[in-house]
Write a protein of this length. Structure first.
Length: 78
């Protein structure tokens, strides 16, 4: 299911997809911002099997949703 906008595709913040326990963290990505861990505060966008998000390090990332593999990173210069 694609989540291409804040709070999901219909703006309700809910998904009709059923979540079957047990659930847990599948992968993590450590970002660095001036020798300190960076936290992503903006919601990601999910399209197909890719998670997209901007980070405080000034980069925009695309990660594989299943493995966390970094597909690409775009340096925004910001």
């Amino acid at each position: 299911m694609d989540w291409t906008s804040f709070r999901g595709r219909d703006g309700r913040g809910a998904s009709p997809a059923r979540i079957n326990p047990p659930i847990g963290i599948k992968w993590k990505l450590k970002l660095q911002l001036e020798n300190n861990p960076a936290t992503v505060f903006n919601p990601p966008v999910i399209r197909g099997n890719t998670v997209y998000f901007g980070a405080p390090d000034g980069n925009f990332y695309a990660l594989d949703i299943n493995s966390g593999y970094m597909r690409w990173v775009f340096k925004t210069g910001g």
